[in-house]
Write a protein that binds this ligand. Structure first.
Ligand SMILES: *Cc1c(COP(=O)(O)O)cnc(C)c1O
Length: 417
């Protein structure tokens, strides 16, 4: 080991010793000898989630069967899960519910927002927004016609100038899934409101890592993912937020029975539930919801600012370690250097990004690749240490200097990349 590597390691150990979140590592089951820098894509398994999965399957489903809807509160889980999450979003009770996927929640909220602002039709977004967000607007445009819904995309730098009185909804993702660049929700929301537009924020790469103040920023609508930094498990229910001030006037189009005022009256006319429950559609996936609920308990007693501080500190350790190594100059940072301008990840461009990602995984460092040439490193604050990060950079250095990535097995593209 070189002297620099040694001193990096000593410094990392020191940072770990002073990390107030260090003890949360024990709340997760992670494979031995693996460094997981992919918590921004699929959070790892919390111990409590594994235990709850067993209870749900073996005891609640297996033994208590249908009585569990009442006995174990299954029927209330979407709203209860939403309330558990609300503090991390800066939301007072009654405004968050866990359900469906981000895509479906976008559909519900976009349609509701367009109906609230019905003299306008434009949904303004950025051209590099996460594809599903743009696809959902494209689908809605086809369904409703351009008179009612029209997607307009611009570069991030042109957002302010593009906000005019034709915009019905400003639909943005706070943290860019590629670069990690972070938008200012408070400012953009205020600007949108000035021209009479509503806002819909996608918080998929924010919830659980970036402090949010949806109420005090006066956000109208938001959606986000349950399986990234929230560690809710593969395909975990997503969440949605609707500001209380809008709830009285609002209707959503996927008005299934779970959003009905009295689903078990089985009346033939839809009458929407009061409050946030009206955004539900069909029967909740109880196994997934129960796992997400247990995963959210890991955040109990943690302030969102602590998550942010830890995540940025880890990213800083990574950035400084990469910067210090000459052989890593071929990696081109595409994330903002200024920590205030980014979320919980760093992304680097490299022509061999895919193969490097595979070769790193073979060395026990899991990261991800995003087409066409990005290597993405996620700094999830609850289970990573600074020593993990320094070790990961050492492995990255080995893979690149020894050109391990040229081996043919690392160059075969799989279905999920
Ligand atoms: C991960 C992610 C999604 C996922 O959408 P699903 O419909 O839940 O699969 C949506 N938007 C953004 C910005 C994401 O990062």
């Amino acid at each position: 080991m070189t002297q620099t590597a040694n001193s990096n390691l000593t410094e990392a150990q020191c940072l770990d010793a002073n990390d107030p979140l260090a003890n949360r590592r024990d709340h997760f089951l992670l494979p031995a000898e693996q460094i997981y820098l992919n918590g921004n894509s699929l959070g790892p398994l919390p111990v409590a989630a594994q235990q709850q999965a067993r209870v749900l399957v073996e005891q609640q489903w297996g033994e208590d069967l249908i009585s569990s809807w009442n006995k174990h509160g299954w029927i209330d889980m979407p709203v209860a899960c939403g309330e558990k999450l609300a503090p991390l979003l800066g939301a007072a009770p009654g405004q968050v519910v866990c359900c469906d996927s981000v895509s479906i929640n976008l559909f519900k909220l976009l349609t509701a927002a367009l109906t609230l602002n019905e003299t306008r039709s434009v949904v303004l977004s950025t051209s590099d927004n996460f594809p599903t967000d743009l696809y959902m607007v494209q689908g809605l445009q086809e369904l409703l016609g351009e008179q009612r819904c029209q997607l307009r995309t611009v570069a991030t730098g042109e957002l302010s100038a593009s906000l005019d009185s034709s915009v019905a909804v400003l639909m943005l993702t706070q943290v860019d899934f590629r670069s990690g660049a972070m938008l200012d929700i408070r400012k953009l929301t205020a600007k949108a409101h000035e021209v009479g537009a509503l806002v819909l924020w996608d918080l998929s790469h924010s919830a659980g890592v970036v402090p949010l103040q949806l109420d005090s920023w006066d956000v109208d609508f938001a959606v986000g993912c349950g399986y990234k930094y929230l560690n809710g498990g593969p395909g975990a229910p997503a969440f949605l937020y609707v500001n209380a001030r809008l709830q009285a006037d609002i209707r959503q189009p996927l008005c299934g029975w779970m959003g009905h005022k009295a689903p078990f009256d089985f009346t033939s006319e839809y009458e929407q539930a009061g409050g946030i429950a009206r955004f539900l559609t069909g029967t909740p996936p109880i196994l997934s919801m129960g796992v997400l609920s247990a995963a959210l308990d890991v955040f109990a007693g943690i302030d969102a600012q602590q998550l942010r501080d830890k995540s940025l500190a880890l990213a800083n350790t990574f950035l400084a370690s990469v910067d210090a190594i000459d052989e890593l100059k071929s990696l081109q940072l595409i994330s903002p250097r200024d920590p205030e301008q980014r979320g919980g990840q760093l992304a680097y461009a490299h022509d061999e990004a895919y193969a490097i990602c595979q070769a790193l995984a073979a060395q026990g460092v899991q990261t991800d690749f995003r087409s066409p040439n990005l290597l993405r490193f996620g700094f999830s604050p609850l289970f990573l240490s600074h020593v993990d990060v320094v070790t990961a950079v050492q492995k990255l250095q080995e893979v690149i200097t020894q050109q391990r990535y040229v081996e043919p097995q690392f160059r075969q593209r799989k279905k999920v990349t």
